[in-house]
Design a protein around this ligand. Structure first.
Ligand SMILES: Nc1ncnc2c1ncn2[C@@H]1O[C@H](COP(=O)(O)OP(=O)(O)OP(=O)(O)O)[C@@H](O)[C@H]1O
Ligand SMILES: [Mg+2]
Length: 273
């Protein structure tokens, strides 16, 4: 069965909780079976996801190089153009700064979607409030709202939901209980005062997963290897569950995912998270 085409928007409700790391790990998980995968960083600030991945030295286009691009390009026009990390084509900023310039995102987005089975977007919620959001949230993608497992994190996620454009909720428009297109991912805390189910209840989102703290992941990034985690680690298992919950099945089978009303939108099973 052909894998279902899917866009996963990983939306960080607050800074530093591991949104980019999760986006990268979801993309790597999607690429594991060999299906075309792209990771698109749309943050307007920062040094770009390439530093996290350790691919700064690899040749290929970054957003700044696409400045002035308009209209639309063919999928094949991207052949060999983007740097690749663990089988994932990466499009993001670099230390020259800035997110997608001008119309560059609109120009490459259809080509990326056509050439890749899975497109993962790394997006602070603030980057989705505008043109960028309109492009990446069109067509009812899976939206993973990432926040910390504490009171501040839940408050930030509530504020994020208020600014997420209505397109984020397209699949369940008008009825929040019907095939919602967003789910919650918590960056777990030791001895938390906020239970995952409680956070999910306050936010009105299904819980896609809780990411444990992994002692090795930051060090691997600092050493230039990118977010590499042990296959059997608790973080890898949590990422695999979140990836499936987002409708991406690395085995290559079609997925229910998020879609038409009445479909099983999320592989969400409270007992397993
Ligand atoms: N599950 C985790 N366990 C331990 N450290 C983590 C985990 N996830 C991310 N980190 C570390 O936390 C730091 C921030 O991670 P990351 O850049 O992914 O967060 P972010 O939410 O995207 O931040 P920003 O707001 O800057 O975009 C990095 O040093 C990263 O290696
Ligand atoms: Mg980030």
């Amino acid at each position: 069965m052909r894998a279902q085409q899917r866009v996963v928007v990983v939306a960080g409700a607050c800074g530093g909780v591991g949104t980019s790391t999760l986006a990268a790990l979801v993309a790597a998980e999607a690429a594991r079976a060999g299906a075309g995968t792209a990771l698109v960083d749309v943050a307007a600030h920062g040094a770009g996801i390439e530093v996290l991945l350790g691919v700064e030295g690899r040749p290929g286009a970054r957003w700044r190089d696409l400045d002035g691009l308009r209209g639309s390009i063919a999928p094949a026009d991207l052949d060999g153009v983007l740097p690749v990390w663990r089988g994932v084509e990466v499009l993001g900023g670099d230390r020259r700064g800035g997110g997608p310039p001008g119309d560059a995102l609109e120009a490459v987005w259809p080509a990326l979607r056509e050439r890749c089975t899975t497109v993962v977007v790394d997006a602070p919620v603030t980057a989705l409030d505008g043109d960028v959001g309109e492009v990446v949230l069109a067509g009812a993608p899976s939206v993973l709202v990432v926040t910390g497992q504490d009171v501040r994190g839940v408050a930030a996620a509530l504020a994020a939901l208020a600014v997420l454009p209505p397109a984020a909720w397209a699949a369940g428009a008008g009825d929040p209980d019907d095939s919602r297109s967003a789910a919650l991912v918590l960056r777990g805390r030791r001895a938390p005062r906020v239970a995952p189910a409680e956070a999910a209840g306050v936010l009105g989102l299904p819980l896609a997963g809780v990411l444990p703290t992994d002692r090795g992941v930051a060090e691997a990034c600092d050493r230039g290897f990118g977010p590499v985690v042990g296959r059997r680690s608790a973080l890898a298992r949590a990422v695999a569950r979140v990836t499936r919950a987002a409708g991406v099945h690395p085995g290559g089978t079609a997925s229910a995912g998020v879609g038409a009303r009445g479909e099983a939108a999320w592989g969400w099973d409270g007992a397993r998270v």
